[in-house]
Design a protein around this ligand. Structure first.
Ligand code: NAI
Ligand code: MG
Length: 501
């Protein structure tokens, strides 16, 4: 399916896309912001402006929500058969796969991640998400229910349930996996028959806008998907508060997640949240220690630690603590940090100046609190937003670098002695997104998997994602599950129908 594109053709297409200010997609048309304003998106490897993008605010969100409302309430979309809806979502996957090189390149330029990663992970996972969800469109079934109704003796009923789309959905996504987060949100919403207003992150709006072009090409009716780039405090807040929105789905910081909950109270729209984490990754002495070292390094350094599920608290059983920590530090020192466009780069820049400041600030706090860096520990270079992959030791549970989400390539390593004592320590976090366990003892692994308060537990692996596997948080890591069949509950609602025979 994938077509080949020459490097010169690719450069020309990407240059053309970046050349003029990008418009927003509302009601099937590419339009400027009503205010006429644009905002810059940067290349984090250089700090230079990459492109200008229409800056949506409350007025544009209002237009987009009304378009989505019309498309849901009266448009051809709601009359499509489930099969036709599924075919459109599948077609979008095919188109995306055909344009993999453009998407990967744009993602690298806008976000900073290595091109090899965008090409191998971000875009193919997005394709797979649309394909997986396309199949669900025809399988959203209700049930027939034998009811007894004791207060109407002798009466007979035919009762059943319908699974109906929840309606107009507002989706607000972050910058760490810009295209993939758009796919996680759009694919189930469309498969379920909802209409959408999507607000990409202001740091990385470009691949969502390019996806908008494919949504048009696939033939989705006008207004089914509207894409409004803009800032969180303006466009995002207006979407979360809008009374014609039936549901809001958000991925980002726990702090903003709480603002979303407040904003949703006006019309009590449904809310789903995928928020932060401070995930424990636990290495036992009876593990395959070399595999655990590699796994612990990639758990924190993948995507520069800008993963909500990053294995940022590394608990290691004391007899192998030094070996594991030295192994992870050695891997950290070997990581080639540079522009994501350079072949051979393992780790690109952080996404923004702000994120670089945040991570460097945490490094300083950690040192002041008494932690020491076995590897890394500082900003790298003068140009772009690079930071060294960092392994902190001499950490204590109450330190801010052990409690708070850093969202950068910084792991805090902590020894433990007794597996019993480990569980409360690993669970000592306001977050509960993910956890890792490295051991060859399967009983111990599954006992611990059950005791850890986390939405995902990886055993002898880490960062394994699949469209069929639900993902989401316990505690303050969120509400609801994305992916798998669980996510269908977020985009449908049940109607009970009861007939007296
Ligand atoms: P953020 O939570 O501010 O941004 C995420 C999205 O929410 C963006 O689209 C943003 O425009 C929007 N937003 C911001 N304020 C809003 C508001 N008041 N109403 C509606 N939407 C709003 O995250 P930010 O500032 O980019 O990163 C801060 C920290 O958040 C990171 O250091 C990290 O700890 C965490 N984070 C977690 C992510 C995850 O995948 N769970 C992704 C990105 C950030
Ligand atoms: Mg950018």
């Amino acid at each position: 399916m994938a077509t080949t594109i020459s490097p010169a053709q690719l450069d020309a297409r990407v240059a053309e896309f970046l050349d003029k200010p990008r418009k927003m997609l509302i009601d099937g048309k590419w339009v400027d912001a009503i205010s006429g304003k644009t905002f810059p998106t940067y290349n984090p490897a250089t700090g230079e402006v990459l492109a200008q993008v229409a800056e949506g605010d409350a007025a544009d969100i209002d237009a987009a929500v009304k378009a989505a409302r019309r498309a849901f309430d009266s448009g051809p979309w709601s009359r499509l058969t489930a099969s036709d809806r599924g075919k459109l979502v599948w077609k979008l996957a095919d188109l995306l796969e055909r344009h993999i090189e453009e998407f990967a390149t744009l993602e690298t330029l806008d976000n900073g991640k290595p091109l090899t990663v965008a090409r191998a992970a971000d875009v193919p996972l997005a394709v797979d998400m649309f394909r997986y969800m396309a199949g669900w469109a025809t399988k959203l079934e209700g049930t027939t229910i034998p009811i007894s109704v004791p207060y109407t003796p002798g009466a007979n009923y035919h009762a059943y349930t319908l699974r109906e789309p929840v309606g107009v959905v507002g989706q607000i996504i972050p910058w760490n996996f810009p295209l993939l987060m758009a796919a996680w949100k759009l694919a189930p919403a469309l498969a379920c028959g909802c209409t959408v207003v999507l607000k990409p992150a202001e740091q990385t709006p470009l691949t969502a806008l390019l996806l908008g072009e494919l949504i048009q090409e696939a033939g989705f009716p006008d207004g089914v998907v509207n894409i409004v780039p803009g800032y969180g405090e303006t466009a995002g807040a207006a979407l979360a508060a809008h009374d014609l929105v039936d549901k809001i789905a958000f991925t980002g910081s726990t702090e903003v997640g709480k603002l979303i909950v407040h904003a949703a109270t006006g019309n009590l729209k449904k809310v789903s949240l995928e928020l932060g984490g401070k995930s424990p990754n636990v290495v036992f002495q009876d593990s395959d220690v070399e595999a655990a070292i590699g796994g612990a390094a990639s758990a924190i350094f993948f995507n520069h630690g800008q993963c909500c599920c990053a294995g940022s608290r590394l608990y290691v059983e004391r007899p192998v603590f030094d070996r594991v920590v030295e192994g992870v530090a050695a891997k950290a020192k070997k990581i080639k940090v540079g522009s994501g466009m350079e072949p051979g780069t393992h780790m690109g820049p952080l996404v923004s100046e702000e994120q670089l400041q945040r991570v460097c600030n945490y490094l300083e706090i950690g040192m002041k609190e008494g932690a020491t860096a076995m590897a890394g520990g500082k900003k790298l270079g003068e140009k772009g937003y690079f930071v060294e992959p960092t392994v902190l030791v001499n950490t204590k549970e109450d330190m801010r670098v052990v409690q708070e989400e850093i969202f950068g390539p910084v792991v805090a390593a902590i020894p433990f002695d007794d597996p019993e004592e480990l569980v409360p320590r690993a669970n000592n976090s306001m977050y509960g997104l993910a956890a890792g366990i490295w051991t060859k003892d399967i009983s111990k692994a599954h006992r611990l998997a059950s005791a850890l308060r986390a939405g995902t537990v990886w055993i002898n692996c880490y960062n394994i994602f699949d469209a069929a596997l639900p993902f989401g948080g316990y505690k303050q890591s969120g509400w609801g599950r994305e992916m798998g069949k669980d996510v269908l509950n977020l985009y449908t609602q049940t109607k009970a129908v009861c007939t007296r025979l």
